[in-house]
Design a protein. Structure first.
Length: 151
């Protein structure tokens, strides 16, 4: 883990918090490292389970046009009828190297009856891959990859 005391990202987060500004979800350095890396095979990759929870982006309607900072995203998390979501299992991974950004993302999120609402998000301009993961009370796990383009 990097020394956050010397990190430009740490100081950016601190300044944003003090000024009440949108906090960056990922730093420019993390974005560039992820885009320049080669994809790693997942050791725990498993076939998609049709009984696993559902993960989908409900707002905005489409992630296809590039968004402008800051932006909002609403994520639907839905368990099957025979299970409940295990919110403690929720994880968010960024980019090729699957950097765990769960804590950062949850700081910006409001839990709703149907999932998560993220407001006032800020990321560097470019294309960003985020993988969302959640399990249910039956131990079934779902993953959803979302691609966000930011002007």
């Amino acid at each position: 883990m990097p020394n956050l005391g010397n990190s430009a990202f740490f100081w950016t987060l601190l300044l944003a918090a003090q000024l009440g500004l949108a906090a960056p979800l990922v730093s420019l350095e993390e974005m560039l490292a992820s885009q320049n890396g080669t994809s790693l095979a997942l050791v725990d990759a498993a076939p998609v389970n049709p009984l696993a929870p559902q993960i989908s982006v409900t707002a905005p309607d489409s992630l296809e046009p590039a968004m402008k900072n800051p932006f909002n995203i609403e994520i639907l998390l839905k368990a099957q009828k025979d299970a409940e979501l295990n919110f403690g299992s929720f994880r968010a991974f960024y980019g090729t190297f699957r950097l765990d950004i769960t804590d950062r993302l949850l700081k910006e999120a409001a839990k709703t009856l149907t999932g998560l609402k993220l407001s006032n998000l800020e990321v560097p301009s470019g294309k960003h891959k985020i993988v969302l993961r959640i399990s249910d009370s039956q131990g079934r796990t779902a993953e959803k990859e979302i691609i966000i383009k930011v002007e």
